[in-house]
Design a protein around this ligand. Structure first.
Ligand code: SF4
Length: 261
């Protein structure tokens, strides 16, 4: 099956910018961005990120505020701080032997780095790869990693696989079988995630008085280290804008208590 898959991949594989590099830092940026954001949205942001911070040292030297600002629109902003923290660790101490020691790097991301950056003999199994392995019941080697990802993302898709155009159909025991829809994530609109995103967007434009913001969202952002609250002023961590220059800042008022999400 692997040979069939690789032949298909040679013609139909996706041309993605992080596939033409072995730079571990660039691969790390792509993998952290891809954790919860679609490929199409990641491509331009990945390119812009590397243009602004082309090396791990340049990212390590950036302020958290600039990193959070540059992440806006990708969602799950905690990843920006993870990436920044990982860059600082790597710049100071080099790449750790256990890559999961880096913030934001779990078992899958570590395997992807080991395969795509360090050419190790491991197969990173993301949700798409897992689906193809499960449905075909076949074994594939690390060389098929990108091909498995692309087949899972474009042909062997979650609910209604496109078996008619699948290069593995003749050998696949799951050919033509549909799966029950997976439980979808709740809508973003009106969610607490949306409120957090809106509050962070406002603070990313410049420090803001707490009273102008959604207090509960600010508390959650503060817990995650994405904003800092000093008196009545909310700003990004490490933001250079001096609080005294911000107009309309009121004297200290009682903070909104932390509440569970
Ligand atoms: S034949 Fe269908 S179920 Fe089997 S790998 Fe191809 S797309 Fe997936």
């Amino acid at each position: 099956m692997e040979k069939l898959l690789l032949t298909w991949f040679a013609e139909h594989g996706r041309d993605l910018p992080w596939r033409s590099t072995r730079d571990p830092y660039a691969i790390l940026v792509s993998e952290i961005m891809l954790q919860q954001t679609q490929v199409e949205r990641v491509v331009p942001r990945y390119l812009a990120w590397l243009e602004r911070w082309p090396t791990v040292e340049s990212l390590a030297a950036a302020s958290p505020a600039d990193v959070i600002r540059a992440w806006q629109g990708l969602g799950y902003n905690r990843r920006a701080l993870n990436l920044h923290g990982a860059a600082r660790l790597i710049a100071a101490e080099g790449w750790p032997a256990d890559l999961t020691a880096l913030p934001g790097v779990g078992r899958y991301t570590a395997a992807a780095l080991r395969r795509f950056a360090f050419a190790e003999d491991v197969l990173p199994v993301d949700v798409n790869v897992e689906r193809v392995l499960r449905r075909t019941g076949a074994t594939f080697g690390p060389v098929a990693a990108h091909a498995l990802m692309d087949l899972g993302a474009t042909v062997c898709i979650a609910r209604i696989p496109r078996c008619r155009v699948c290069p593995l159909a003749a050998h696949c025991p799951s050919r033509g079988i549909r799966e029950a829809p997976a439980r979808k994530q709740g809508p973003f609109e009106g969610s607490f995630r949306q409120r957090r995103a809106a509050a962070l967007r406002a603070v990313a434009e410049g420090p803001r008085p707490l009273a102008e913001l959604d207090g509960e969202a600010v508390s959650a952002l503060e817990r995650d280290g994405l904003v800092r609250v000093a008196g009545d002023l909310v700003s990004l961590p490490g933001d250079a804008t001096p609080p005294t220059l911000v107009a309309g800042v009121r004297p200290r008022t009682p903070r909104v208590p932390h509440r569970a999400r």
